[in-house]
Design a protein around this ligand. Sequence first.
Ligand code: PGA
Length: 258
Amino acid sequence: MKSKIVIGNWKMNKSFDEAEDLITEIEEILADLNLSTLVVLAPPFPYLELATDHAPDGNFECAAQNCSQFNNGAYTGEVSASMLADIDVEFCIVGHSERRKYFNETNEILAEKVNRLTEVGLIPIYCCGETVEEREAGVHFDVIEKQIKEGLFHLLPESLERVIVAYEPVWAIGTGLTATPQQAEEVHLFIRSLIEKKYGTEAAYNLNILYGGSCNPSNALELFTQPNIDGGLIGGASLNTKEFIEIVEAAETAGSDK
Ligand code: PGA
């Protein structure tokens, strides 16, 4: 049985004081719950060290929301994977649809980011997902296949083993429109079959594939009990302690039922 994973993607939200309150509240609740679910918090860069300082006692791990595709050097405004490793960040979101859309991140750039992360031992959380136009045109599987192949298929099996994939249909992000459990499951199964063809059955089974897009306390359990959904990447609902913990508890229930 695989334990579920729940990742809170705070995006560009919260003041420093609010971030500290949210981390402390989550830390205190998790301390009492003794969960097998892996909880990961992804605050904005300036709050990461605050989060990693709490993480050792907090029953959670920390993720960055982005990193540079370069190692180091004259890249003003960028943050390297090794800088994240230096402050004990263990995960990094790569290729969120907001980065693909607003910052023109291509699969080729994202493949480089994945490389920088695996080189320093960080775990990439590689996002993929189709737009509403692509789904309506019926090309969503093609889009996802291209994102997975171009972003990940250059990896050696030992690096792929350390990657998490997040399926986030763009039309479901921040819109309140969740993919149905069946829609999500169908795509998760498809992603797993792509991995199986390239890396084999064991790698495909071991790969964690998270769902993201308007996941909330009322839909989390049904999503997380689908056979190929290994947890969630949570945006809006991760900004509220109660909602986030309810989603974590749904993951725990789904994980122990499996
Ligand atoms: P949402 O965002 O839960 O607010 O839809 C998910 C994400 O973008 O990771």
